[in-house]
Design a protein. Structure first.
Length: 263
């Protein structure tokens, strides 16, 4: 699978993994559509991209996607065929299930799941019409198992796996590929922006994030996996071993995971 000369729509492109994916894709000769809520931050990322004038800033809030079909139609009219959708936007959590009220549960699910799949469903007709495309979903190892202070976040990532594994089977005949990427501990601001039980920003760089994989390496691994046609990829350090331990040794997994620091 080649990137050069193609167009990629990157959701959550204002920082972290999304911003780094945009930079590396631009280096590969890809035209980028950068989307997130913060238009100012998107423009700052755009300035750093190779061939900066060929890229587009397209503000989008995943919490409010009622008009996403209309917006997507307008976008395609402006830029033409979109070959890759990097569905990366999302929000994490730092609060117990007991303390997190339903409003926050719904907000996280709205952004991480419903907003995510709304974008995918909006671009699908165009990918079908053009004869194919690729949807790359940035999930998490939290989509493989639950963890302290992540109940709503983990639930939203589990939901993405169910949706996109089904979509992959349904759209293969239309030459649309689906790739699920599962990062573990990556050095980004995801913990700082995570919601507390009151809906406030956590505001702290967790130790797990601070000591995590460099985001540059994470993005490289994501793009390499897409180029190789990987349907799913675990990305991170030794924490990704937890996925295999849970699968084959569930009792051992429980003993190990309950001793891990939630931050």
């Amino acid at each position: 699978m080649e990137f050069i000369g193609k167009t990629a729509w990157v959701i959550g492109a204002s920082s972290g993994i999304g911003a780094e994916l945009s930079k590396q894709l631009a280096e590969k000769g890809v035209r980028i559509i950068l989307s997130a809520r913060d238009e100012k931050a998107l423009n700052e990322v755009k300035k750093e991209l190779k061939n900066t004038t060929q890229h587009f800033v397209f503000p989008l809030d995943l919490e409010y996607t009622d008009d996403i079909i209309t917006k997507t139609a307008s976008l395609v009219e402006q830029v033409g065929p979109i070959h890759f959708l990097f569905n990366n936007g999302g929000l994490s959590q730092r609060a117990t299930a007991f303390e997190t009220n339903m409003e926050i549960n719904r907000k996280i699910m709205e952004i991480n799941y419903f907003g995510n799949i709304a974008v995918a469903k909006a671009i699908l007709p165009y990918m079908r019409k053009q004869g194919g495309g690729s949807i790359i979903v940035i999930s998490s190892i939290a989509g493989k198992f639950g963890f302290f202070l992540r109940s709503a976040y983990s639930a939203s990532k589990h939901a993405l796996h169910g949706f996109y594994e089904s979509l992959r089977l349904e759209e293969e005949k239309n030459f649309i590929s689906v790739h699920i990427m599962c990062p573990g501990k990556i050095n980004t601001n995801i913990s700082k922006n995570a919601l507390t039980e009151k809906g406030e920003k956590h505001g702290i760089m967790d130790h797990n994030q601070e000591k995590g994989m460099d985001v540059t390496i994470c993005a490289q691994k994501i793009l390499s996996s897409v180029e190789k046609g990987k349907r799913e990829k675990l990305i991170g350090g030794k924490e990704i071993l937890s996925v295999y331990i849970k699968r084959f040794f569930p009792k051992l997994f429980h003993r190990i995971i309950k001793k891990q620091s939630p931050v």
